[in-house]
Design a protein around this ligand. Structure first.
Ligand code: GDP
Ligand code: IMO
Ligand code: MG
Length: 421
């Protein structure tokens, strides 16, 4: 049995939730290792739609153990609501979910600070999900954060008082709305009581599973170009979304990882500000017109563009992607011509890297290779040979240009709309 890291190879929303759900039956545990409720992972079980934010998508299988590991930042109130919503729909959560005692807590002042920071940036705002992710990670790095184990301590209200007053000083200076201590204490202590039985040493739990020969599936959140180190900084999130983050975020070392899977859409999307070199109105209008590409967490329309192989090739390198899962192929079904960006040009100069300097990246003009479309509804196709020849040619080129093995193709949101190669 293999331990697999699954990452998004673009700017998030690649369809990771769907692919995790499909792979879950092959593993013993599904593990979230970074990010927080900024993630929105959509899974359909039959006609029922689920959007998971903090809980690993594997929970929907009913028997797979799921772990929210140390690298995640957790809003405990949002987590309790997510648990209750799942239970209302009949999903068993309690026995199957464990939460790291070391994970940091997202508090209401983090959300307010997130909003202040975005407001102050004006036109240059990142377009965050306003879930308090950046400020919560900032507290962690500044060594001033509260962890899940602190939430359970009797002196939590006292410690929170100090944090609230320190944060309110900054919030006031930024022109924001100060938070009120008493309701936060009440709400967070209620959440703590509900979560208490689930909070544990998840590093030990993950290693016990590995030692027993069990297999882990690490569910990446966000995407490679939202990575704090490797993304289009500062238009990024505040965690390491690339494969290395799964190790630090869980306490499972690199030599226990057997495979890295990169999930990518057959085109490119991003939600929020920042560069998107292959952005194209035609493809955005097409997909939005089909009612697709609206954010799972915030409902915002996603920006859309052609498949960018410069982006995925560099993602393959940074993450060590062995296999790729291409989703949303069906989104391109009605196009007579489809395009892949193979490299960029600035004037006559050829570039095949995603430039770290955003002015350079903004000056990059994508150079495309054109492919004939397949003009066929692929959503009902269930095997590789059944796909139109032009679709297979497009997928083969996409994998070759990315530099990894094509392993899965998704042609719809449902579990069975998946082709294995
Ligand atoms: P994630 O954050 O990576 O899990 O992706 P999201 O759930 O935010 O966004 C992906 C969207 O695409 C969701 O609405 C999925 O239901 C949908 N989806 C995933 N794969 C496919 C596919 O192959 N075809 C279609 N039509 N929709 C898909
Ligand atoms: P999943 O896991 C797409 C984006 C936000 C914003 C930037 C910073 O569903 O793929 P943050 O709230 O994290 O401080 O916002 O990152 N972003 C995502 N975009 N998918 C996500 O998650 C995202 N999580 C954050 O839109 O541009
Ligand atoms: Mg999403």
């Amino acid at each position: 049995m293999a331990n697999i890291i699954l990452v998004g190879a673009q700017w998030g929303d690649e369809g990771k939730g769907k692919i995790i759900d499909v792979l879950t039956e092959q593993v013993d545990m599904v593990v979230r290792t970074q990010g927080g409720s900024n993630a929105g992972h959509t899974v359909y079980v039959g006609k029922q739609k689920y959007v998971l934010h903090l809980i690993p998508s594997g929970i929907l299988h009913g028997k797979t153990k799921c772990v929210i590991a140390n690298g995640v930042v957790i809003d405990p109130v949002a987590l309790v609501k997510e648990i209750e919503d799942l239970e209302t729909l009949g999903t068993k959560v309690n026995g199957n979910l464990r939460i790291s005692e070391k994970a940091h807590v997202v508090l209401p002042y983090h959300r307010e600070l997130d909003a202040c920071s975005e407001r102050l940036k004006g036109k240059k705002s990142i377009g965050t999900t306003r879930r308090g992710i950046g400020p919560a990670y900032a507290d962690k790095i500044s060594r001033t954060g509260l962890r899940m184990l602190d939430l359970l301590r009797p002196d939590f209200p006292e410690r929170l008082r100090a944090h609230v007053s320190a944060s309110n000083r900054i919030i006031r200076a930024l022109g924001g709305k100060p938070v009120v201590l008493a309701p936060i204490v009440a709400e967070y202590q209620r959440a703590a009581q509900r979560l208490r039985p689930l909070i544990t040493d998840t590093v030990a739990l993950l290693h016990q599973t590995i030692d027993r020969g069990g297999s882990l599936l690490f569910e990446g959140a966000q995407g490679s170009y939202l990575d704090i180190d490797h993304g289009t900084y500062p238009y990024v999130t505040s965690s390491n979304t690339t494969s290395g983050g799964a190790c630090t975020g869980s306490g499972v070392p690199p030599n226990r990882i057997d495979k890295v899977i990169g999930v990518m859409k057959a085109y490119t999307t991003r939600v929020g500000g920042g560069p998107l070199p292959t952005e194209d109105a035609l493809i955005a209008d097409l997909l939005h017109g089909m009612g697709r590409e609206f954010g799972a967490t915030t409902g915002r329309a996603r920006r859309c563009g052609w498949f960018d192989a410069v982006v995925t090739r560099q993602a393959a390198q940074i993450n060590g992607i062995d296999e790729i899962a291409v989703t949303n192929l069906d989104g391109l079904d009605t196009l007579a011509e489809v395009k892949i960006c193979t490299h960029y040009k600035i004037g006559e100069r050829k570039l095949d890297r995603v430039a770290a300097d955003l002015d350079t990246l903004a000056a990059c003009k994508p150079v495309y290779r054109s492919f004939p479309g397949w003009l066929t509804d692929t959503s009902g196709i269930r095997d590789w040979k059944g796909l139109p020849l032009n679709a297979r040619k497009y997928l083969k080129a996409l994998a070759e240009l990315t530099g990894a093995k094509l392993a899965m193709v998704s042609i719809g949101p449902a579990r069975d709309q998946t082709i294995f190669l």
